[in-house]
Design a protein around this ligand. Structure first.
Ligand SMILES: Cc1ncc(C[n+]2csc(CCOP(=O)(O)OP(=O)(O)O)c2C)c(N)n1
Ligand code: SF4
Length: 250
């Protein structure tokens, strides 16, 4: 019988702690598939955040370390500079990156660090109970904004992919999502490109993934996919915001 689908070799047998319908699991699987297909497993050092993906070091057959809140880009800087031949992959949520660690990601981009970053934007702090994040939409009800996020008191949702595209040290910035099979395939393509650029030493490559959080959003999984489409995409448009051509960059 022909095998048309199997568990990626780079994943362990561990059962994840992700909720049903969560985007983290989809993205983790894509990362593992690419580690298999690109022959990266032995080279990879994963730098995990604090958040719902905090236990992900158990899911991959690769070297991994967990960074303190928001500090993954700083930790990855030290790792990549001391082990430049390794494939260093930073993974962060929006609370971890944009709230707790905005300074770290910005300065890694300023320095043009040569690693890849996967940024999971679910518009909320998932792990800690659905609090408002810098990426929360106006009017979005969260456990700390029960009447919806207000512009007057809480400002604007932060568009990381566009911000990163403005940084000279960033070679690639794209926003993708995983709310249907076609977009999951496009997400894999974006991740493949971001991973490959690290070997061309072009600078920091960045992929923002809009990701459903049914639990934090208090929605059923299918409804969460629709909510992402209807509410998140107008504020966080999909697309490539920067893609340096061959020979450009560092
Ligand atoms: C200094 C500090 N601030 C805040 C927290 C609580 N905390 C843990 S994870 C987290 C953010 C999780 O949200 P996110 O990064 O969006 O990841 P998700 O869980 O949604 O994947 C927060 C605020 C903490 N433990 N320590
Ligand atoms: S709380 Fe949200 S982000 Fe966390 S595992 Fe559950 S669905 Fe995923």
């Amino acid at each position: 019988m022909k095998t048309i689908y199997k568990r990626p070799e780079s994943l362990t047998d561990a059962v994840t702690t992700y909720c049903g319908g969560c985007g983290h699991g989809i993205v983790n699987k894509l990362m593992a598939e690419l580690m298999d297909e690109m022959g990266l497993r032995e080279k990879t050092i994963l730098v995990w955040p604090i958040g719902c993906s905090v236990y992900a070091d158990k899911y991959f057959k690769a070297d991994a370390i967990c960074a303190l809140h928001g500090r993954a880009p700083a930790l990855a800087t030290g790792i990549k500079r001391s082990l430049p031949d390794r494939f260093v992959l930073v993974y962060q949520g929006d609370g971890d990156m944009v709230s707790e660690g905005m300074s770290e990601i910005m300065h890694a981009a300023v320095r043009g660090e040569n690693f890849s970053v996967v940024f999971i934007n679910n518009a909320i702090y998932g792990m800690t109970g659905g609090q408002m994040a810098p990426t929360t939409l106006w009017g979005q009800e969260t456990s700390t904004s029960p009447y919806g996020r207000e512009k007057a008191s809480s400002g604007y949702p932060v568009n990381m992919a566009e911000i990163m595209a403005q940084m000279p040290g960033v070679c690639y910035s794209e926003r993708v999502t995983v709310n249907n099979p076609q977009r999951i395939a496009a997400t894999k393509k974006a991740l493949r490109k971001a991973f490959a650029y690290q070997f061309e030493e072009k600078g920091l490559s960045f992929v923002e993934v809009l990701s459903p959080c049914p639990t934090g959003w208090s929605q059923k999984p299918v409804k969460a996919l629709e909510w992402l489409e209807q509410k998140m995409l107008p504020i966080f448009p999909l697309g490539v915001f920067k893609d340096l051509k061959e020979g450009e960059g560092k």
